[in-house]
Design a protein around this ligand. Structure first.
Ligand SMILES: C[S@@+](CC[C@H](N)C(=O)[O-])C[C@H]1O[C@@H](n2cnc3c(N)ncnc32)[C@H](O)[C@@H]1O
Length: 273
């Protein structure tokens, strides 16, 4: 890959001369397993000249970026923000304004807790085109990789995707709307607040014995699943120390978790890429 500063200066200096109009492609890279990329995402990555990528994009997917492409890592890690969101927006706009087809590679789906909406608006407000390529979001990827169906006619009639991370950090949720035992709850970025989450859910009427799955690095080769209950959640997290990225699946559907068959199934993973 070209070095960042030299490559970036060259791209920005091209200022669109002799090139087609630039655009930004917000591309969902899915939860990590390379076989879960969409065909469209794969095509775009393989043809990329400039890629702006996130911390959550797995190393196997990053390895698909052509060696000739300029790859810019703007990743944020919990507690440490790489580049501010406003700077990322500006970078996308400047690259596209310079005539580049910018592949903005994001973990999961760009429009689910991925700030894809903010980036799209910034690009459009600059008068540039922004294309969206969906990806498999962590919730559905982890559900498939654990055999936990998010809905089930006997157990859950609805599912909620919830962020445990509000704009000022703490979750600001309508707890009353989360009490229905026949609703599966999937918490993204919920580890830090799991104590408050479980206390509030129980206080608002969820059974303390409701099963919870903590899925770390879902769909990846080193996926780990820890099962617990709502009232034991904080204690389990303290003991097991799950690492990000991880999500929490809360609800009766967690009882359907199938370890054995899925371990066998993972060994049949396609070896094509
Ligand atoms: C900023 S959000 C981005 C979500 C992403 N746009 C998506 O659609 O999956 C990051 C959170 O997604 C969850 N996540 C992403 N990839 C994951 C994975 N492979 N396994 C478990 N959780 C994951 C974690 O809760 C992580 O903290």
């Amino acid at each position: 890959m070209t070095t960042l500063h030299a490559g970036l200066e060259k791209l920005l200096a091209s200022n669109g001369h002799g090139k087609q109009a630039g655009a930004v492609w917000l591309v969902g890279a899915g939860p990590g397993d390379v076989d879960l990329l969409t065909v469209k995402a794969l095509r775009l990555i393989e043809q990329a000249e400039v890629v702006v990528c996130d911390r959550l994009v797995s190393p196997e997917i990053l390895a698909l970026i052509p060696a000739s492409a300029l790859s810019i890592d703007v990743g944020k890690t919990p507690g440490f923000h790489g580049m501010k969101q406003s700077q990322i927006n500006q970078l996308l706009v400047e690259l596209a304004a310079a005539g580049q087809q910018v592949i903005r590679l994001k973990g999961g789906d760009p429009f689910i807790f991925g700030r894809g909406g903010e980036e799209m608006t910034a690009v459009q407000e600059a008068g540039l085109v922004c294309h969206i390529v969906p990806g498999i979001t962590a919730a559905t990827g982890c559900a498939a990789a654990t055999g936990i169906p998010l809905t089930h006619r006997d157990l859950a009639q609805s599912v909620r995707f919830i962020t445990g991370h509000g704009k000022d950090g703490k979750p600001q949720l309508d707890w009353e709307s989360l009490k229905d035992a026949r609703q599966t709850l999937v918490f993204y970025m919920g580890l830090t607040w799991c104590g408050a989450l479980s206390e509030q859910l129980i206080a608002f009427g969820r059974d303390a014995e409701t099963p919870v799955a903590i899925v770390e690095r879902g769909t990846r080769a080193d996926q780990r699943v820890t099962l617990t209950t709502l009232h034991q959640l904080a204690e389990t997290v303290l003991r097991e120390k799950p690492q990000s990225p991880a999500l929490l699946i809360v609800g009766e559907v967690v009882r359907l978790y199938r370890k054995k068959e899925l371990t066998e199934c993972a060994s049949l993973r396609l070896q094509t890429v």
